[in-house]
Design a binder for this molecule. Structure first.
Ligand code: ATP
Ligand code: MG
Length: 327
């Protein structure tokens, strides 16, 4: 069973990324042939600062290692280090239709119909399809927000196979059941996102303890002061219970029963998060101090990824009728 997941270096990793994705990746590397990629090509689909992208890519790669991913158990690589991604993305752009891309809700959300929006944001799902299909992944664990893109990836794989012959494995989505969606603390109807304009609602993996305390204490709730898990009607307090639940492995409803005030819940949640995140922060700081080792680990991942990616790309190029360059 082969599994691929990606994360964008669009900003610092937050607890939504960790509890919704990275934590389950760490468990998964023991069980499945796993590929994890820092998708820097995707990060330039929106306005970006080159220096921040550079540092953010190094930091995110190191964060994956600090969280427990291990280059000897899985393959962790930077997307732009493997040229086959951009190459296969072009074949995918020539497989997908404008109508399909127009229906993607993430483009509607982030693009908002503005004229200056980058064309790459519109064609992003074609690149994502290439990312997954290059590795012949059987499963792609995705949060709610990426479900629609994975559905499109499946359609494109089936269409390509039908048009040109069997080249791609059609991947299945695997949605993590707990921690699937952590919401923004200051706007709990919106998901927590790295690229959000306000950091107040985001708890970063590297957030110092006093900041975690401050952000949790300011988290938006309601005025009822009745601790109850009801995501539909009481999104703020339910989000805090949800975070408490994924961090401790307990059911949010049973956590709710042990608290009679928001203040007490917020205090304990702060404590739980500080304890969970401290070891990751320590390992990350050590890794960032040893740039040569970080570079070695990046090269190792790219070399491993390339073996599979280049083979799939060549098969796809042969299938559409491209003449191979002679050796
Ligand atoms: P961006 O705002 O740049 O899209 P992001 O925070 O949404 O950043 P991604 O890089 O898009 O992060 O996603 C990385 C992984 O984290 C994906 O598997 C995604 O489903 C998951 N993820 C992202 N945000 C959340 C969240 N709030 N709750 C749970 N999982 C999340
Ligand atoms: Mg996202």
């Amino acid at each position: 069973m082969r599994v691929l997941s990606g994360i964008q270096p669009t900003g610092q990793a937050h607890i939504g990324n960790y509890f919704g994705a990275i934590k389950s990746w760490v468990a998964q590397q023991e069980l499945q042939d796993s590929y994890f990629t820092v998708v820097d090509l995707h990060a330039i689909t929106i306005e970006h600062d080159p220096k921040e992208l550079y540092l953010g890519t190094l930091e995110l790669f190191a964060t994956l290692l600090a969280a427990g991913l291990d280059q000897d158990k899985c393959t962790i690589f930077v997307q732009s280090h493997v040229a086959a991604h951009a190459n296969l993305a072009w074949l995918m752009e020539c497989t997908v239709s404008m109508g399909e891309l127009n229906r993607m809700t993430q483009f509607k959300d982030k693009g908002r119909g503005s004229e200056s929006v980058r064309a790459g944001l519109f064609t992003y799902p074609a690149l994502m399809a290439a990312d997954v299909l290059l590795y012949q992944a059987d499963k792609v664990p995705v949060g709610d927000d990426q479900k629609q893109h994975l559905e499109l990836t499946r359609d494109l794989a089936m269409r390509f196979n039908r048009l040109y012959g069997e080249v791609f494995t059609v991947p299945e989505p695997s949605i993590p059941t707990i921690g699937a969606r952590i919401m923004d603390l200051s706007n709990p109807t919106k998901k927590m996102s790295k690229s959000s304009s306000s950091p107040a609602g985001i708890i970063y993996l590297l957030e110092p303890a006093d900041q975690i305390k401050k952000k949790i204490s300011k988290a938006v709730t309601d005025t009822d002061n009745c601790v109850e898990y009801d995501p539909q009607n009481r999104s703020g307090i339910s989000n805090l219970l949800e975070i408490f639940g994924v961090a401790t492995g307990k059911d949010p409803r049973s956590i709710a029963q042990s608290y009679s005030s928001y203040g007490a819940l917020k205090n304990d949640l702060t404590e739980v998060l500080v304890t969970n995140l401290a070891p990751i922060r320590d390992r990350l700081n050590n890794l960032l101090d040893d740039k040569a080792e970080l570079a070695r680990l990046m090269r190792m991942g790219a070399e491993k990824a390339e073996i599979t990616a280049n083979e799939t790309l060549r098969r796809a190029q042969d299938a559409v009728g491209f003449v191979p360059r002679s050796q």
